[in-house]
Write a protein that binds this ligand. Sequence first.
Ligand SMILES: O=P(O)(O)O[C@H]1O[C@H](CO)[C@@H](O)[C@H]1O
Ligand SMILES: [Mn+2]
Ligand SMILES: [Mn+2]
Length: 405
Amino acid sequence: MARAIILVIDSFGIGYSPDAVDFGDVGANTLANLARAYFDATGKKIALPNLSALGLIKACQQASNQDFPYEGGAPSKGAYGFAEEISTGKDTPSGHWEMAGVPVLFDWGYFTDKENSFPKSLTDSIHQATGFTGMLGNCHASGTEILKRLGDEHIKTGLPICYTSADSVFQVAAHEEHFGLDNLYKYCETVRELLGDLNIGRVIARPFIGDNADNFARTGNRRDYSVLPPAPTVLDKISQAGTHVIGVGKIADIFAHQGIDEKTKATGLHALFDATLAHINTAQDNSLIFTNLVNFDQDFGHRRDAIGYARELEALDVRLPEMFQAMSADDILFLTADHGCDPTWPGTEHTREYVPIIAYHQQVGSVNIGNRKTFADLGQTIAELFKVEPMDYGTSFLSKLNFKG
Ligand SMILES: O=P(O)(O)O[C@H]1O[C@H](CO)[C@@H](O)[C@H]1O
Ligand SMILES: [Mn+2]
Ligand SMILES: [Mn+2]
């Protein structure tokens, strides 16, 4: 076994899942709906020749029973299927931990009130511990809209902007220069400690720059402070057994730095892709390179920008051959997602969807691995590949891969 690569296209759902009714997401389909919106707006079919060859379109059609405009051929290489999530939430940590073999079967804590979202006991303790006299926001919000609304006041008052969403998060936006990046991180670390038993998945630092509502922009210095996964993930197991686990992008943050031997941060699709390629070019045998492409979710899914999402998918597709070329004959690439975020869906939140599971290896001919009952099938496959004890959840699909020769 040489190396494995996992590319998570963050938020890339391919059709609402059987339990979507519990989330108000019946009808969501990130890929199919954005392809339609792109066609309606531009008259062009989304061009995904490489992802189509890997079976992505077929996986989406199987998951959703729907057709949509696209350009690309029939599946010709690699394995393709669609997986449903058994974790209770449709958030990023749940999706990633489940794909690493550890679904989140307990309920996260949520701040459900749209206004005055944080309990007074919590805000009091934050003010006491940080020395700030107050906070702005304290509500549900989209991270870009709240900057437009409160960014100026933040600069004037020096108070942090705190907000949440339907996810189990406490987010803090602050200006990189006026408030300072280190101060923002320190504030978030304090909040992380004070959240205690509220069972909140993540505190997220959201630094931004700019001087007015028209040009405030979030920077790549986002930092996620996650709780630990509820059990050792396949990353812990393979890392302990000697596999070199490399996290690219926010992977290390998502796994609270557990089971990660080396990490590289980068901002934007191309920088993240380049960082992944650089690791493929240099990583020793017996390595796992695990990359999260956050921009699909952050810049397009939550922003409900279907056209931008479509163009970013095309840009990723164009670059895939570079990855195929960099891979050695024994390497295996998995492409998947952690949840949906349909850019045509009402609101700004994630959507409960099937995700694609695609596996590419030079020697693997096209094979349909069908409906996977949990994202943990990927973790179980990774466990088998790297020869560690099986995980408690998931069914490996390694034996289904159609290895030639
Ligand atoms: O609107 P922004 O700040 O991008 O927030 C989004 O990002 C958070 C973490 O993924 C989610 O909870 C969602 O609300
Ligand atoms: Mn995500
Ligand atoms: Mn998100």
